[in-house]
Design a protein around this ligand. Structure first.
Ligand code: FAD
Ligand code: DLZ
Ligand code: SF4
Length: 511
């Protein structure tokens, strides 16, 4: 009789997968909490706990649906701590005749599992994870022969192909993209909605991790864990977003303000990335809400959100599979510096960075503009090595998985890919940060000062960045204006800015 073993990874908790449509006595699922996955980077404690909690809940669901499951807890005596070792052992012990797995999202795991299958004496096969709108190859095929991979053209093709917000082959309102309307600062006295958080008691898992020497970062309130750990909570979070946040999502998508960690963002990335819900469910729910309340929810709010999911998210995944493994070592500016120590502690006088880093340590979350225009912006200006940044972003965020982390970090944020993801680097001086946030008013540094003890570091580092990288960027038509300003600046002003930047870079740990 044939006996099949099916692997479910920690980010493959997709209860709608066709694997689970029937209960089959000849099939056993295998899931494992293992050191190769907890240790490939220093993860935030909430990320490890969150994934284990969600994995254990998923296992319970499978069992209650009468599926057979072999589950390795982290500290189980017989846990051999890697996919390969556990699978080999289980196949041998239980005499499985077939091994099956779902396409993993990470290049490293993809290679490992292919290698494992080649070494197995039994039959093996791989199936789709049935989560994304696109296949791994689809974006590469779409842009075949093109040097620039324009997100907007991919996004429009996705809208057409999946008939999202379309009126035959035209966008439903006649306009594809409403990004121009989505860049508002929060009004000074505006109190954003309190985020929906959950109250999961995860002390048992936390204690099990604490018994090991797994290195983690950040803090956790294990009795009241705020992130969704099952499908029901993920759907509740989506519902909360659709009913309470969507109406202001687009407007304040780029806004930042102290001590407000999520504003009108959905915080749905963790649930989606470990596949407790699908991107289709997410956009369908939001479109349904907009259709019900189109007098309250303006179209631009909805379009902005849909674009993030079927545009940016699928685009990043496509870039990942098209450009890996080369992408992981790209370093266009040849940046070599180490991350300042305060990236790990939040102890800096720079208010914007202090807030973004402290909330990341506290919640394992920062929203997009904090990641891009605060931490990412500073790191690029300071010439930090992209490897250091990948480790930081991959570790600290609960939603961080390499396919979407590295493309955002190395690509969008650090321009280390030389312009595959973005057409120009996302850098700014204090003026942009002040335009979009309420950080500068109460900062030790002064946003308007370029030199001197209290000068905002972003100002001199900004010009230093352009000066340092003129060879790589000078001919970029989207940046020409900045170089004109720089070239026209008085030589003594330029020298003062470069000296100030040099001082800050040499004393980066004291900022
Ligand atoms: P919302 O603002 O509510 O947006 C809705 C959804 O759109 C998100 O859940 C996400 O699935 C999708 N989305 C939005 N922007 C992007 C984007 N640029 N790329 C892919 N999907 C997007 N996202 C991750 O999921 N994992 C990561 O590891 C990750 N690392 C990042 C690193 C850097 C340096 C930057 C600049 C961005 C990164 N992002 C990453 C993208 C984005 O910041 C997060 O998806 C978003 O902040 C998640 O919070 P949210 O669910 O509240 O998003
Ligand atoms: C991120 C993570 C962690 C911390 N631990 C595990 C684990 O113990 N077992 C597991 O199956 N998956 C874990 N994951 C998620 C994996 O890293 C993820 O499935 C792969 O990187 C493939 O994307
Ligand atoms: Fe950040 Fe500079 Fe503003 Fe301070 S003054 S909050 S360092 S941008």
């Amino acid at each position: 009789m044939s006996k099949t073993l099916r692997l479910i990874l920690g980010d493959q908790l997709n209860s709608s997968h066709s694997w689970f449509k029937t209960v089959d006595d000849s099939v056993t699922y295998i899931m494992m909490e293992i050191r190769t996955e907890t240790d490939y980077v220093n993860h935030h404690i909430q990320k490890v706990v969150g994934i284990f909690a969600a994995m254990r809940n998923f296992k319970e669901q499978l069992l209650s649906d009468n599926h057979q499951v072999i589950y390795f807890n982290l500290n189980d005596e017989n846990n051999l701590q890697s996919f390969e070792a556990n699978i080999n052992k289980v196949i041998e012990t239980h005499k499985f005749t077939n091994f099956e797995y779902q396409l993993p999202d990470e290049y490293r795991v993809d290679l490992d599992l292919k290698k494992l299958c080649e070494s197995l004496a039994i039959e093996s096969s791989v199936v789709d994870s049935e989560h994304f709108f696109t296949t791994r190859k689809e974006l590469g095929d779409f842009f075949e022969g093109k040097k620039i991979y324009l997100m907007e053209s991919f996004y429009r093709a996705m809208r057409k192909k999946h008939n999202v917000l379309m009126d035959n082959d035209k966008p439903v309102t006649g306009q594809w993209n409403y990004d121009g309307e989505n860049r508002k600062k929060l009004p000074k006295n505006h109190k954003p909605i309190a985020p929906l958080v959950f109250d999961n008691d995860v002390t048992e898992i936390y204690n099990e991790i604490a018994k090991t020497n797994i290195k983690t970062i950040g803090t956790i309130d294990a009795k009241h864990f705020v992130w969704p750990t099952n499908r029901k909570q993920s759907l509740d979070l989506l519902d909360f977003f659709a009913t309470e946040c969507l109406q202001l999502f687009g407007s304040y998508q780029d806004a930042m303000t102290p001590n407000e960690w999520s504003l009108y963002h959905s915080r749905i990335s963790f649930s989606m990335n470990i596949k407790m819900i699908s991107p289709k469910e997410v956009i369908d729910r939001c479109i349904e809400e907009w259709q019900k309340r189109s007098n309250e929810i303006e179209y631009n709010q909805l379009e902005g959100f849909v674009r993030q999911i079927i545009g940016w998210r699928e685009y990043m995944r496509g870039i990942y599979w098209d450009k890996m493994p080369d992408f992981a070592s790209m370093n266009f500016f040849n940046n070599q510096e180490k991350l300042p120590e305060w990236f790990w502690t939040g102890k800096t006088k720079m208010n914007c960075l202090k807030d973004a880093i402290n909330q990341s340590l506290q919640y394992a979350y920062a929203h997009h503009i904090q990641r891009l225009m605060i931490t990412g912006n500073f790191a690029l200006l300071a010439g930090i090595h992209p490897d250091e940044l990948d480790n930081w972003y991959l570790g600290i965020y609960i939603d961080a998985f390499e396919w979407v982390e590295i493309t955002n970090t190395r690509g969008m944020s650090q321009f280390a890919d030389g312009g595959i993801v973005g057409t120009k680097p996302y850098v700014s001086s204090a003026s942009y940060i002040d335009k979009m946030s309420h950080y500068c008013g109460s900062c030790f540094y002064k946003k308007a000062l370029k030199t001197g003890e209290k000068a905002c570091p972003f100002n001199s580092l900004y010009w230093n960045f352009y000066d340092r990288n003129e060879e790589q960027l000078g001919k970029n038509p989207r940046i020409g204006m900045m170089y004109n300003v720089w070239r026209k600046m008085k030589p003594e002003d330029k020298t003062a800015l470069l000296q100030q930047a040099d001082y800050y870079l040499k004393n980066i740990n004291e900022l």
